[in-house]
Structures are given as C-alpha cells and as structure tokens.
Design a protein around this ligand. Structure first.
Ligand SMILES: [Zn+2]
Length: 614
C-alpha cells in the first residue's frame, strides 16, 4: 500500500494541510489491528449508552432507531454489536462512525487517541468515498472564514457589531475566546476565498456561500455578528449569526453540512465539557451562554433557540449525569416545554428545570440578580415530576374529580416511561400523596398502559418479521458459521464455490474467507474487507453472526452448515431449472427446434443431478 502524501503548507499555524495524491489512502493494517486489540467495544459503547449485562452479552436501547425494549446487543467476545430492531451492526469503528456521524479515518483517529496508539506520523487519509474526502477542506475553510470575520470585527466596518457587544456587556476576553466576528456588508468572503483558490462548489458545501436563483453567488452572512460553532473537540463546524438591524429572523445558522448537524449540536460544549462534574446547564441562545460564562458558570451549553432534540440529550448524557434546563420567562410553562422534558424521561436522563421570572432570559437575569442568586435558582431546580405537575395544576381544577382524573392520567403517561422501577415507585408514591389518590389506582393505570404497549410491540414485531426478507437465509447462517468456526470454513472449501452464493455480498465475503490461511478475528475482518466495497458489510456480518445461538456445540454447528450447503445447492439447482424452462419456452415460441432440444437435454441433466456439479 502506498502512502503518498505531501504536506503543502502550514495554514495560520493551526493545521497542517495535507493533500493526498492518488485515489485513496489507507491506514496500515497493523495500526488498525493494534487499535482494535486495545479498544474494548463494551467500554467504548458504554460511553454513549448505558449497557446492561445479560448472559454473555450486553444490551441497551438502540441509539439508531426508536424503541422501548432493548434490541441492541454488544458481544464482548466477538467485539461486535448488532441491533435486532433496525439491523445495524458492526465493530467498534462502525459504531463510532454511526454514532458520531464521522468518517472511518476520523473514527480511527479518535480510537487511536483513546487507546494510546500513536498515529501522528500518519496523515489522515480516506477510505470511504464521498463526504469524508472533503471534511479536512471544510475545516480549513471554516478556519479561514473565522479569522476573516474576526478581523472585520476590529475594522472600521465592525463598529456597529462592536457597539452591540458592548451594549450586551460581552467582555473582550469572551469575544476572543469564542472567536466572535463580524461579516461585512459586501460580498467579500466569496472573493477572499476564491482568490485563495477555493472552488465555488466547495464554498457552497461549506455553507458559506449561497447560490441565488439567477445563478449569482452571495456570502451567506452579510452585516451580521458571527458566532463560530465549535464541535466538542474545538474545531469549527459552522457559524451562527445575529442580525444587527432589527429585522427578522434575528438568528441565522449555517445550513446542515457534512460537519454541522443542527439537531445534535450544542454551542459551548467544547469549553463546558472540561467543567461538567455532575450537572450541565442548558440555555437557549449564544448570548445567554456567554453571560453565564462571563459570570463564572462554565458548565453550560446553548441549544441554539429550538427545542432540545433527542440527539442533543444523548450527546449531553455522555458528559453529564443531569441536565438543568433554564427556560426564559416566556418559554416556561408551555405545552412545548413539557413535551421536550418528556424526552429526558424517555432517554432515562435526569433533568432539572429552572423557570425564570416572566420577561427575563438567563442573560438579563444573571446580570440583574448576580451570580449568587442565579446559582440559588439552579440549586432549587424542579425535577420533571414537579414541573409537570405544576404545569397541569395551573390548567386544571384539582377540586373537580374529572380534572383530577385527567391530571393523574397525564402524570402516569410520563411516569410509566421511567425505566428505573425503584424511581418509578418513588414517583408514584409522591403522586399518590400530592393528588390524594390511592397508589393501587395509579398502578392500575400504569398496568393499562403497559398492556397497550405490549400489544403495540407485538404488532410491530409481526410487521417487522414480515418485512425482513427470508431470502438468502441459509447463506447468511452458513456465513455466520464460517465466521465463528474454522472447521466450517474447511467444510465450505470442500463443497462450495464462492460464486455459488446467490447473494453477491455474501459471496465476496466467502471468497475472502476461503483465500485466507488463518482465521481472522471477526472485528478485524470487517476492516480487512472494507476495501472490497461490499454493500452493507458491517451490518451483514453482525447479522449473520447474531442469527446463531451462542450455546451450539461444534458438531451441531457442522451439521447445520452441511444442511445449509445442501439447501444452497438445491436452490441453485431450482433456479437453474427455472431459467432453463423459460429459455425452452422462448425457443419453442420461436420454433427453434435445435435450441429447444439442446436446452431440454440440459434440463434433463440438471434434473438428474443433486446439484453438486451444475
Ligand atoms: Zn436499532
């Protein structure tokens, strides 16, 4: 394998920009193997999800689809994971790529760091085609744009922006720490970057430039205050902006790009992550966050104006035990905020809520009341239970039996989602006391919901099974057996050829397995096969392996394998016969007697074989 790369130039003393000559670059196999041997999949995944041990496996709620009963399994012996609900699976690299929405080289980089494997002498290249190839370019562009905006904040043009920051009492330390800038009036960024040789297409992909309907390109941000958006590692993935006139919309962000995914993005996390001990504070806007930081409250992030998403909650869960949401006086007490909090229950993340006085946002509040008072508010945060009950009590008249029933149903609909049985019981006790309703009546309601849920689940399972193709079942089982037992590989080598597999991807994997002298550990196999461009490789392998019962002994496995081989041959024979039949019919239609009698002979021959020598 050739690692051909040249270091072009040092850019702003920040990144070494590497240009890769040739099509793709691979990490040397030894490096990947080394990382895999050191990284434990259970440990890596448990940073993201709470894993529960069951037998030899660990299970969790799948992060890649919505579910209420865990079907996401991690196998520590084989170092793979698989979800029986959505079919996603693979090794530790696959998991990181999917979970973090990153490319293979990026996953390698992260794991290398975590496991202490030194890859600094290798320049990150790319194995995957597509988006990941432009990733380094986009980082580079964002870095250039940030420096450009920062520069304009200090020039004559940036006067209005500077005045605005002064009015909002943002210190100059914060301005430089968060690298706040100003996007000037005219289309300058476009020219600036084009002069440096960047193609328009790339600038559009970076979200810095907009293409108008008449075909003209424009800077996305014009006359705006600019907040660079950092990822948790501190690299710039996009930009937030605020208008300086009083027009709407006040805030405009970068569009979704390869680097920037708004639904999982949290502003300030790159700084906050070093200060989060137990709680993380979540506010809405940039300026709220800056105010908190300025007052020395560092464990805070901003969710950029919209309701928190499930993905954002999952990101926060990695860093904090509990999230404290601070709502503006206007946002608190709204139906939408209760729904948002409901997500925390579903994700099993403890949440606290602080309601600010009407008309005040966190920025105004902390400046008005000071740090001490603000921290007191945080310490007295309501938990979800109190918050929702308060909200409902304000809408319903608890003296009325009907309203009381509605409120208790509403509360139960949340409480029953709590995964922790002890916690749930504690809340039921509290609810019973608060509403003066007997505990068993509340449990009865929970039981009803549980029954409903089970029914729904059953329905879902039925439709799920129906949707999974039973096609290639024997090929999948056989591959699974080959992946776990050396003996099965020898058996297949004696009796089947890779091109006898009707599923092309399985055939490719089998070809690879048969070509190797020694058995390769499963999780490494996925990496070795990545170059073969097999569709759905990771999930295919994990699903094949996971179709097998752990407890099978070798003899049983061999007998299942021989059975699969027979079925594969039989199916191949049936397909062959069907094909011949069609060709005979068409020959007869064309009255081509020579051909049709030739085909008939062939048909007879196949019919008389057991499929081994077609
Ligand atoms: Zn899933």
């Amino acid at each position: 394998m050739l690692l051909t790369c040249i270091i072009l130039h040092r850019c702003k003393n920040l990144y070494l920009i590497a240009v890769i000559i040739g099509v793709v670059m691979f990490f040397p196999e030894e490096v990947i193997e080394e990382i895999q041997q050191r990284a434990d999949i259970v440990e890596v995944i448990s940073h993201y999800l709470p894993l529960k041990k069951t037998g030899n496996l660990f299970k969790a709620l799948c992060p890649f689809h919505q579910e209420k009963t865990p079907s996401f399994m991690v196998n520590p012996q084989k170092q793979i994971f698989h979800c029986f609900g959505c079919g996603v699976g693979g090794n530790v690299f696959t998991f990181l790529m999917k979970q973090e929405n990153i490319s293979f080289p990026e996953a390698v980089e992260i794991l290398a760091k975590q496991t202490g494997v030194d890859i600094s002498h290798l320049v990150t290249g790319n194995i995957n085609k597509g988006s990941s190839e432009i990733t380094p370019k986009l980082y580079e562009l964002n870095e250039l744009a940030t420096a450009y905006y920062q520069n304009f904040l200090n020039r004559e043009e940036g006067k209005g922006a500077r005045e605005y920051l002064k009015k909002r009492k943002i210190s100059s330390e914060l301005i430089s720490k968060f690298r706040i800038g100003y996007a000037p009036f005219r289309n300058r960024l476009l020219t600036y970057l084009q002069k440096r040789g960047y193609k328009q297409e790339l600038l559009i992909k970076a979200g810095l430039i907009i293409k108008r309907e008449d075909g003209r390109e424009l800077d996305r941000f014009i006359n705006k205050l600019i907040f660079p958006l950092f990822n948790p590692q501190g690299r710039i993935v996009g930009f937030g902006s605020r208008r300086l006139d009083n027009q709407v919309p006040k805030y405009v962000n970068s569009p979704q790009t390869v680097l920037f995914n708004k639904s999982r993005y949290l502003y300030g996390l790159n700084f906050a992550r070093h200060f989060i001990k137990k709680d993380v504070i979540v506010v809405e806007g940039y300026l709220d966050l800056l105010a908190l930081v300025q007052f020395g409250i560092y464990n805070a992030v901003a969710c950029l104006g919209t309701a928190l998403t499930r993905q954002q909650i999952r990101v926060l869960q990695r860093y904090a035990e509990r999230c404290i949401i601070i709502y503006d006086g206007d946002r608190a007490g709204q139906e939408a905020s209760v729904r948002e909090l409901e997500l925390f229950i579903e994700e099993d993340v403890p949440v606290g809520v602080v309601e600010l006085p009407r008309g005040l946002d966190p920025d105004e509040c902390i400046r008005k009341e000071g740090k001490e008072r603000f921290i007191q508010r945080i310490e007295k945060a309501d938990d979800f239970f109190d918050y929702k009950l308060n909200f409902l009590s304000q809408r319903y008249d608890l003296e009325k039996a009907e309203d009381l029933a509605k409120v208790s149903k509403e509360m139960i609909s949340s409480l029953y989602k709590i995964g922790d049985a002890v916690l749930r019981d504690a809340y039921i006790k509290r609810l019973s006391r608060k509403l003066n309703i007997r505990e068993d009546s509340l449990y009865l309601e929970i039981e009803k919901l549980d029954a409903l849920d089970r029914k729904r689940q059953r329905k879902k399972n039925v439709s799920f099974k129906a949707s999974v193709p039973t096609q290639y079942r024997e090929e999948k089982i056989l591959l699974g057996l080959m992946l776990t037992e050396e003996e099965v590989i020898s058996l297949v080598r004696k009796s089947l050829k890779p091109d006898e597999f009707r599923n092309l991807s399985i055939g490719k994997i089998v070809r690879f397995l048969l070509s190797k002298e020694r058995r390769i550990p499963l999780s490494q196999l996925i990496e070795k096969l990545r170059k073969e461009e097999i569709e759905g490789l990771d999930s295919l392998i994990s699903s094949c392996v996971n179709q097998l019962e752990e407890s099978l002994d070798l003899n049983k496995k061999i007998s299942i394998a021989s059975d699969c081989i027979k079925r594969i041959k039989r199916k191949k024979r049936e397909a062959k016969l069907l094909d011949l039949q069609k060709r005979i019919e068409s020959a007869e239609e064309k009255e081509d007697e020579t051909l049709s009698s030739q085909l008939l002979e062939e048909y007879q021959r196949v019919l008389n074989t057991d499929g081994t020598d077609i």
